[in-house]
Design a protein around this ligand. Structure first.
Ligand SMILES: Cc1ncc(COP(=O)(O)O)c(C=O)c1O
Length: 409
């Protein structure tokens, strides 16, 4: 017999008792208990409907019937590890390769964004035989030890910066070192990368990778100036390292114009791409795509790469279904249309409200930068916190606002 659902406060009390307190809740002062979701809507235990704009995972909509059907059909047949031949694994790799530049033709499947980034780091180190990594300030790349080490957003509050990690300024032309009035911000920011590589060389450090989100999201919805990645790639390649593009938040058509966010930087191709979050619409899947040379250098160790769940037939069936839905429902174009309309409305709001310093984005990757002062551009942190964390009475509106990625650094 099915147990009666618990009331919200009882669930909250049990959660406090049983779940580690560092696993935080949204709206901690008045948490929401979501019991079901469909498309863009979530419903709480009392049937209240919320427009879900914070979700960067349910890419094709919550509980999409085609994705669920694919999972169910494959679950009824077989689920096992990737040491057996199975069509789903190769079909899925083929489908992903159709979305990528030709040189990114070798795939590894895993279970989370963190796992993908950790493998990317191993690939880069094995290929280059170097250790050091250049990362962008404020970045977050995952929760594994190796990734906390390359995430300034986290390590600043923990053990601090390791000697093999080098942090470069965020290429932010609104509030950063070089702004929109600079004649060539791409070169100026890229020369900061060269500077840090040169400083590292003076200390006999050797560089394995430049590791960056194609659009820094955790760092504040930043759109790097055109040409920045190409110039950075030149510097890191010259130092013997590779360029790793973390597409975990920003891939799969979210930016509208392109399927991958790195394609916003014209004619730029990274050496390794990592994917996660929306890839399985909520099912734990992730992927690393790389060149044959890098993959072969990884195999040359003779050590097997085995991942119990990565690339299983159910995960691959789900991944394929997500790609089918993106295509059939033209969601990339939808992101472009809806995103452009939203940006237009937000720009209208900016004219009216001095609190809004900047509105920026691509497709449905949009940021609203709140400021205390339009000239100083000092972040309106308190106001942003008020919007994103205080739920009292306006929870449903807040969900909407967070979807616009309201933030202040
Ligand atoms: C840019 C980026 N990379 C990596 C990760 C880690 O992914 P996961 O939480 O699936 O391990 C995240 C998660 O928030 C992320 O935003």
């Amino acid at each position: 017999m099915k147990a009666e659902p618990r009331c919200r406060l009882e669930t909250l009390a049990l959660r406090k008792q049983l779940i580690g307190s560092s696993c935080r809740l949204f709206f901690p002062e008045d948490p929401v208990k979501i019991t079901r979701a469909k498309g863009q809507y979530m419903y709480d235990e009392n049937g209240n409907k919320y427009l879900d704009c914070i979700n960067n995972v349910a890419h094709v909509g919550h509980c999409h019937p085609e994705v669920i059907r694919a999972a169910h059909q494959q679950n009824q047949l077989l689920n096992t590890n990737s040491r057996y031949l199975h069509d789903n694994l190769v079909d899925y790799a083929q489908r992903l390769s159709n979305t990528l530049p030709e040189k990114l033709c070798t795939f590894y499947f895993l279970n989370s964004g963190s796992e993908a980034n950790d493998l990317a780091l191993r690939l880069a180190r094995q290929y280059t035989k170097h250790e050091d990594v250049v990362v962008i300030d404020h970045a977050y790349h995952g929760h594994l030890t190796s990734l906390i080490d390359i995430s300034p957003y986290k390590f600043r509050n923990l053990d601090g910066q390791k000697e093999w990690v080098h942090v470069v300024p965020l290429p932010d032309t609104y509030r950063g070192l070089f702004r929109e009035d600079h004649k060539d911000p791409a070169s100026a920011y890229a020369s900061e990368v060269k500077k840090i590589i040169d400083q590292g060389h003076q200390k006999n450090r050797k560089f394995a990778a430049f590791f960056a989100e194609s659009l820094p999201s955790v760092a504040g919805q930043i759109i790097p100036p055109p040409g920045y990645f190409q110039k950075v790639a030149e510097h890191i390649h010259k130092a013997g390292g590779v360029f790793i593009a973390d597409e975990i938040q920003v891939g799969f058509g979210r930016v509208g114009k392109h399927f991958w966010a790195f394609q916003l930087q014209e004619d730029f191709i990274p050496d390794i791409v990592t994917m996660g979050k929306p890839i399985g619409n909520g099912h734990p899947v992730s992927c690393v795509a790389t060149t044959r040379d890098i993959a072969e250098a990884f195999s040359a160790t003779g050590v097997e790469y085995f991942n119990t769940f990565g690339g299983n037939p159910v995960s691959c069936a789900i991944g394929i279904a997500v790609l089918d839905v993106i295509e059939k429902e033209q969601l990339q174009d939808h992101a472009l249309q809806v995103g452009s309309f939203l940006m237009e409305l937000l720009h209208q709001q900016k004219e009216k409200h001095p609190l809004i310093g900047d509105v920026r984005g691509a497709g449905l990757f949009i940021g609203v930068d709140l400021v205390q002062d339009q000239t100083e551009r000092s972040p309106a942190t308190k106001e942003a916190e008020l919007i994103t964390t205080r739920s009292h009475g306006v929870k449903r509106v807040i969900a909407t606002l967070q979807g616009w990625w309201v933030f202040a650094k």
